[in-house]
Ligand binder design. Sequence first.
Ligand SMILES: Nc1ncnc2c1ncn2[C@@H]1O[C@H](COP(=O)(O)OP(=O)(O)OP(=O)(O)O)[C@@H](O)[C@H]1O
Length: 790
Amino acid sequence: MSDTLVLNLALEEGPSTRREHTKKGGRWTDRLKSKRIEKRKVRTQTKTNSADERPSKRPRQHTDRPSVTSHSLPQAHPKPRQSTQIISSLFSSNPKVEQKSTGSVPHAPSKPSNAPLTDSSSFTGLGLNTLIATHLTTKMNILKPTSIQCASLSTLLSQGASSRDAFIQAQTGSGKTLSYLLPILHDLLPLSTNSYIDRSIGTLAIIISPTRELAKQISDVLDVLLKLRLRPLDAAPDDEENNETRLTRWLVSGLLTGGATRAHEKARLRKGIPILVATPGRLLDHLQKTSSFGVSKCRWLVLDEADRLMELGFADTIKGILACLEGSRKLALQAVEGGQSTEVRGWDWSVRRRTILCSATMREDVQVLAGDALRNPIIIKTTEVDLPGPATDATKGAAADPKFTPPSQLLQKYIVVPLKLRLVALIALLRSLLSQSGGRGSFKIIVFLTCTDSVDFHWRLLGGTTLENDGNRESGSDQAAPGEDDSIEVHSPLLPDTSIFRLHGSLPPATRHSSLRAFSSSPKAPEVGRAASVLLCTSVAARGLDLPRVRAVVQYDLPTEGGATEYVHRVGRTARAGRGGQAWTIVAPSEEPWVEWVQARMASGTTEGGTAHSLEAVAVEQIMQAGFGGKGKEYEDRATEVQMAFERWCLQGKENVEMARKAFASHLRAYATHPSDEKHIFHIRHLHLGHLAKSFALREAPGTISGHGGKSQGAAGGKRQARRLRRRSGDKGGDDEGKGEGGLDVERRMNMAVRNQGRLVKKGGAMVSSGLWEFQVASGDALERLVNKT
Ligand SMILES: Nc1ncnc2c1ncn2[C@@H]1O[C@H](COP(=O)(O)OP(=O)(O)OP(=O)(O)O)[C@@H](O)[C@H]1O
């Protein structure tokens, strides 16, 4: 791409010049003819000018300005600046942002709300099997229970006629996984003293998770637990008493997420998997089709992230699973009672299956699920609540309970950033956060974006951008060239010593797995000098993932679905198990009302005025200053230089600009799917599309963006597209919130499409379930096709 292009330099057509030549008087046809001739002349003149050198609309004098060199930004090559320099005007024509606070007064850190207890509670004191308790202490460094573990163990460790189903609700990072795994293990471990017990007993516990990543994580925790010593530490090998009750290693776990072939999974099920972690679709598939899958003796069923399961449309799948489990048990019992069974003798059929449902919220659909799945449930929260009566009544009672809130020790901050500055503000924020680590230990940051195209674009952009101003830079050997999909890590001179990963549902499962693993385990070795890592991702990483040492979560784009609950889940990837953490949100000036909106939804009923979960405002200038350094307003020049570097990358190749356009279009489409009750905050008509384009490193005004790299439509076409998007987002020509039937219908279809496209793939001309079903917004193309059913 030529360096002679000038950015943002829409030629000002000289109206005065034109007027000079306009013919006055005479017939209208003559006047029109003369007007056309004049127009043609102006066009020819313009072409000649741009072939030479296009004049700048607002030429900036760069020669006497400092380049982006200080504050550890790499040295830009000090080439003499030419008049053909790409120019980027970032700091003009932005809406004025009223500064609420300088953010200089930090919140006093609150006592952690999801930390292990510091009182006299202990796992053994709660009655947990001593082998398990010892393993927790000696091998997992888990010394004391958290409050939700305390509440759940005291209820779930008892097994018998009085045992009840349970609904577990607790903050993110409070240790819910162990709060259901420990009672399961405590119940199953002693079974191995029965002579008939081995893996052929079938599956005794099933844990259902909404995503593959979460299923894998639960399975990993289970594997660590199952490595426990089966004899007390002080037991002698020839100890008679212990030999009699020797436990065997029949208790193994298995993962069923569709990651392996069906035949392979069948073979494993035939061998027997006493504790199974599964995703719902694949589980039902095997329940219906794999005859050797024995579940008649299943004693535990856990529905983890139940609200997410509902959001993803698994209500019917779960119903199917419940029916299969019931059916299988009834058949086996009938056979035993009829004396035709080959089932093991001595099995206590009176022990009924216990079902546990974990959910952050008690929405209506979760209440319905609880009504179907739970019998006489007890609601387990930080402080135990026992609601007697039928399931539906009990669970309805919980709906009015305190809200789903982030851990109290989490620092929540937001920055109001004019659209044009979004990209550079993100870089400044990441740089300032990374500088907090001061080179000590590893520092991990998760950045949430709206859609997969945007994640891909920003990942490539960061990996490809250089501050060298020659436009011909070769990609570094460790950099992924656009189109090379197998690399999982890129590095940017803008974020020194930092590995940058990405995660979204459109990546192949193997890439997702290795990206997540690499992000979790990085830095591999301090000597490689990469002390920090950043994960760019969609909401696929919002729920349940327990990634170690995440110090900050940045929401570059706010969630388009799930509202305040999704926000709390996202920020909950940090500040886990009593540790500290920061949550940063970047909002556009038009989105500022979101802050009060989300605060109101997080305000606990027990907290006066609901101020316990307030977000602190930080000025964008402060972030720029912290990220780019320099004296006074020098950060403006540095930010401009960074922006220009991004724009240069975009102009380096056709693929780059196509990727930027695609990301921009997909971002807008995703933005249009905000639900109608958020439309007063998130509405496309509030966005200055030209400024937004700048944050995608695009030099074109949105008028020239044709969606996905198609033909340029010109301004009129662009306006048409923007109008289309506005219509889709429920804007019916300026009526308030697009509540008209048509608007809602389109919106519903868009939301459905967003949900479905994570679950459907085309096979043999028909859309079928892919097993890749977790929520994410995939490419704009796919979305468009689904919405329009083409
Ligand atoms: N008693 C404990 N003491 C110390 N650390 C613990 C304890 N229990 C759990 N943890 C750790 O806390 C972290 C969070 O646990 P877990 O993933 O179960 O939280 P969660 O409540 O399920 O969170 P989310 O709602 O985000 O899914 C894990 O790293 C886990 O090892």
